[in-house]
Write a protein that binds this ligand. Structure first.
Ligand code: PAF
Length: 277
């Protein structure tokens, strides 16, 4: 597996490649990322994973400094699943001078995660566009675990007519249902036992929807109350449309249940798509 650290070297290496699938990550690779890399390896002749902890998408008081940097272990895991190239730029490569131009995402970026993490998607979109410019891939894989991020990136690619096919990938879960995330490592033993309840609250809503219930606000309230009773600090558990992440109207059937809540000091997110009968 090749490791490339500068944009110039990357451009030279990829000059003759016309089938590159990119997996943008911030490292601390787990099985969730590896499932994206496997998709990339099946999709294109060159699978390229980027590892860069992007300062721009962390708000004040978030975990930029303590975000786990585990480059050696990451490379071993990526190599084992057949990843071809790792692009691992440093801060100087990505931000040689303070970033002055930003992608200003539309209103949807102010909702849900955007309400609790101001400027987050502005930082994500800006770095993803920069990474896309550096790599110039034909395709890129993003996990559904970050559902709102996936939706915003797709919209950005569409609106800027970027010639990149965005491939969505299913969330990978531990045996007890907890979505894999780099943040799970911050959970204490007791919190780790409690953590699958976020998924259970979401499944409770899915079951109600599958039974024909459309009283979404009541379901959201009940799911949030369940989590609060078990010590969670709930940001949201809501039902939205898959397209546009809007409150569903009576005709909408392609829905997604999204949740975000904090256990101890660890904020977890999860979601589930559901097609209402
Ligand atoms: O999903 C992530 O890990 C990050 O938001 C991304 C897409 C790599 C941008 O820094």
């Amino acid at each position: 597996m090749e490791v490339i650290k500068t944009v110039d070297e990357l451009r030279a290496r990829l000059a003759r490649e016309h089938d590159v699938c990119c997996v943008p990550t911030m490292g601390n690779i787990h099985d969730g990322h590896l499932s994206l890399v496997k998709i990339a390896a099946q999709t294109a002749s060159v699978s390229l994973t980027t590892i860069f902890v992007n300062r721009l998408q962390f708000g004040q008081g978030e975990d930029f400094e303590r975000y786990p940097r585990t480059f050696e272990e990451d490379c071993a895991k990526l190599e084992a699943v057949g990843n071809k190239i790792v692009f691992h730029p440093d801060e100087q490569q990505m931000y040689p001078e303070p970033q002055a131009f930003f992608i200003d995402p539309p209103k949807v970026a102010k909702k849900l995660e955007g309400r609790f993490r101001q400027g987050h998607f502005r930082g994500v979109c800006t770095v993803v566009l920069k990474l896309f410019n550096a790599v110039q891939p034909q395709s890129a894989v993003f996990g559904k675990k970050d559902y709102q991020q996936l939706a915003i990136i797709r919209h950005m690619v569409d609106q800027f007519a970027l010639p990149i096919c965005i491939i969505p990938a299913e969330t990978v879960r531990a045996g007890d249902g907890l979505a894999l995330s780099s943040r799970n490592r911050y959970l204490s033993e007791a919190e780790r036992k409690e953590a699958p309840r976020l998924r259970e609250a979401i499944l409770q809503i899915r079951d109600a929807i599958n039974e024909g219930d459309r009283k979404f606000v009541a379901m959201e309230y009940a799911a949030g109350a369940l989590l609060s009773r078990h010590g969670w600090n709930v940001d949201y558990v809501v039902v939205r449309t898959q397209r546009g992440l809007k409150r569903p109207s009576p005709d909408d059937s392609d829905l997604v249940i999204l949740g975000a809540a904090t256990l101890g000091s660890t904020r977890l997110i999860d979601n589930l798509e559901v097609v209402a009968p």
